[in-house]
Design a protein around this ligand. Structure first.
Ligand code: HEC
Ligand code: HEC
Ligand code: HEC
Ligand code: HEC
Ligand code: HEC
Ligand code: HEC
Ligand code: HEC
Ligand code: HEC
Ligand code: HEC
Ligand code: HEC
Length: 336
């Protein structure tokens, strides 16, 4: 894990326990009330209440934050809030996210006077996220509460940067979604450098094609209801149903494939034919070792050696070629 601008205390056990506590409250049903309670408990901004802090309007903010306002003007938020606001909250502009600013205008250096979204400013993450969720609850974020990112106190602004348009869509911190993920998930980025990988480093797909970073009912944050449904969105021909199904394929693609990258060909978890032999050995079928020691590729290098034609190339798949399932009436053994 690598921090962004300042070390992120994501693995603090105490905070995690609190967060899990908070989640139980949410699950108990009082979601909106709980968010309100967090706000009140956190007492943010300190000493402030709706009564004594007032909305002052963008005009006041821009006097001091002219560059911030200029970059912001290229974003979807700015266009909607400034040109076509649909709700009273959208009309508040800067303050729709940063909260009422009269106290901040009077004393800009007091960090308690305005809701900041940078780690340095120190506004609690729950308070920050509640500001965004005020308009963005539901939809893709239906399972945000209790998701691994929420439990680890990841802020919306760890992935999103609404003050400038740095990505084509989604207001991400970096031009490519996968680069934003890699700010923290270095290991998964490295796995995509292995010999066999899907074209993610090449920019043709992103982490968000398989994961919903906002939360999901399927571990780990998978977009679809199961591993197989995640994969068959793109690899539809592997979905079946087949006349002759191969049990491990039905169960999970991960029985044979690793999603992020592998040094075996075709993203396989092991080399062939061992990957087949690890499940198939006598008494199921013909001998798993379908060649003698004198018939291997290595033995064939010796004078007089002779490789078994069955071990060439894909080994078992010389004959059992349709390993994901077959529709051929007479081929229960996946031979065509
Ligand atoms: C009188 C000048 C002034 C005005 C007016 C002003 N600010 Fe500020 N603002 C500052 C200064 C100075 C800081 C502190 C900068 C720092 O410490 O880096 C600051 C900090 C902030 C921060 C925290 C930045 C961070 O590091 O996370 C936010 C958010 C912010 N202002 C928003 C607003 C908004 C919204 C308004 C209008 C309601 C506003 N400001 C009006 C001067 C002003
Ligand atoms: C859609 C919500 C939203 C709106 C509207 C918004 N901000 Fe921000 N603001 C943020 C977030 C999120 C960050 C943290 C950005 C980051 O870390 O890259 C931020 C950061 C800032 C900072 C600190 C910048 C820095 O780089 O240290 C200032 C100052 C600020 N906003 C002022 C404003 C002003 C002025 C406006 C109106 C012109 C405004 N914001 C409108 C969400 C918003
Ligand atoms: C006042 C309501 C409001 C608040 C507060 C708000 N947003 Fe938005 N946001 C919108 C609207 C409206 C849109 C445009 C939605 C659409 O076009 O369907 C939008 C769009 C977005 C988008 C998609 C932008 C794009 O270009 O694809 C992202 C990402 C986003 N918001 C993140 C945030 C984050 C993060 C925060 C908190 C820092 C936040 N929003 C706070 C109303 C809000
Ligand atoms: C771990 C990274 C991450 C975090 C944390 C995160 N998002 Fe997102 N968000 C994304 C990605 C990735 C997309 C998709 C961008 C795309 O389609 O190009 C996205 C898209 C969005 C969109 C636009 C699509 C839509 O659903 O309408 C909104 C709005 C949004 N996020 C709001 C939020 C809010 C609010 C939070 C905090 C509660 C948040 N996000 C936290 C990564 C994140
Ligand atoms: C600011 C840091 C940060 C960013 C950016 C980030 N994550 Fe995470 N992510 C975390 C942390 C912390 C965890 C929890 C790790 C743990 O529990 O071991 C996590 C967990 C996950 C998990 C595992 C969930 C589980 O159930 O085990 C997935 C999948 C994931 N993130 C995907 C993404 C994707 C996709 C993106 C980019 C859209 C992203 N993350 C961006 C910090 C981040
Ligand atoms: C092709 C779909 C797919 C893509 C693209 C993808 N993942 Fe995953 N990811 C998965 C699946 C499936 C798992 C579950 C693996 C398991 O259980 O062994 C997973 C697991 C994870 C986990 C949990 C820990 C682990 O490694 O098993 C994290 C974190 C994660 N992915 C992050 C990312 C990030 C970051 C990216 C982008 C760089 C990414 N993923 C791209 C499908 C994908
Ligand atoms: C967003 C679309 C998408 C999703 C979702 C997806 N894939 Fe892929 N996959 C691709 C693309 C594109 C290729 C490259 C095809 C090519 O090069 O012809 C690929 C290639 C592969 C390959 C062949 C790799 C090689 O080295 O030749 C395997 C195996 C694979 N995917 C398995 C999976 C599994 C398992 C999942 C689910 C965890 C999955 N895919 C989800 C798009 C996707
Ligand atoms: C029993 C092991 C096994 C399981 C389970 C499995 N595969 Fe495969 N897969 C293979 C083998 C072996 C290859 C090597 C290419 C070949 O000869 O079919 C392969 C190749 C692939 C390829 C690239 C070649 C092609 O045919 O396009 C894709 C894509 C793929 N698998 C997707 C999937 C998906 C999606 C699932 C889950 C529905 C899945 N696999 C489950 C063994 C498996
Ligand atoms: C994760 C374990 C696993 C892996 C890996 C695996 N299989 Fe299977 N295979 C099974 C199971 C379970 C069955 C169903 C056996 C049954 O119905 O009696 C099966 C069935 C078969 C059948 C049909 C047998 C019959 O009785 O109809 C063939 C042929 C076969 N597998 C070949 C292969 C080949 C070739 C590979 C390597 C590419 C492979 N399997 C990898 C578990 C596996
Ligand atoms: C030269 C072709 C060939 C090769 C190579 C081959 N098989 Fe077979 N296999 C067959 C034939 C033909 C059958 C059907 C036998 C029958 O129906 O009695 C079969 C049947 C099977 C069965 C089902 C047996 C049963 O009793 O129902 C399994 C499982 C199997 N093979 C696994 C493997 C594995 C694993 C490998 C690689 C280690 C492999 N095969 C290599 C031709 C081959």
């Amino acid at each position: 894990m690598k921090g962004l601008r300042a070390p992120i205390t994501v693995f603090d056990e105490r905070q995690r326990t609190q967060a899990i506590g908070a989640r139980r409250t949410l699950v108990a049903g009082a979601r909106a009330a709980a968010i309100g309670a967090v706000l009140t408990l956190a007492g943010w901004p300190p000493g402030a209440s709706a009564q004594d802090t007032a909305y002052v309007g963008d005009g006041k903010c821009i006097v001091c934050h002219v560059d911030d306002s200029r970059h912001f003007s290229h974003t979807r938020h700015a266009k909607i809030f400034r040109l076509n606001p649909k709700t009273e909250r959208e009309r508040q502009g800067c303050e729709a996210c940063h909260g009422p600013g009269s106290k901040h205008v009077a004393n800009a250096l007091d960090k308690g006077t305005i809701i900041g979204f940078t780690r340095e400013w120190g506004t609690p993450v729950e308070v920050q996220n509640a500001q965004c969720l005020g308009c963005h609850e539901g939809g893709q974020r239906s399972y945000w509460a209790g998701s691994p990112h929420a439990l680890n106190r990841i802020a919306c602004s760890d992935c999103h940067s609404p003050m400038a348009r740095l990505s084509k869509n989604g207001l991400m911190r970096t031009a490519l979604v996968s680069d934003t993920c890699a700010l923290c998930h270095q290991q998964q980025r490295a796995e995509f450098q292995r010999r066999s990988h899907m074209p993610l480093p090449e920019g043709k797909m992103s982490c968000a094609d398989c994961h919903n970073p906002h939360g999901s009912v399927t571990r780990p944050l998978l977009k679809a209801d199961s591993v197989n449904e995640t994969c068959t969105v793109c690899h539809a021909e592997k979905r079946g149903p087949f006349l002759w199904e191969h049990a491990p394929v039905r169960e999970s693609c991960l029985n044979c494939h690793v999603p992020h990258g592998s040094n075996n060909d075709f993203l396989l978890v092991g080399a062939r034919p061992f990957i087949c032999q690890q499940c198939h050995s006598p008494p199921l079928g013909h001998p798993g070792a379908f060649y003698n020691a004198s018939e291997t590729a290595a033995a064939a290098q010796q004078p007089g050696g002779n490789q078994s034609p069955r071990v060439i190339g894909r080994g078992c798949q010389n004959c059992h070629s349709q390993i994901h399932g077959s529709n051929h009436p007479s081929r229960a053994r996946f031979q065509r």
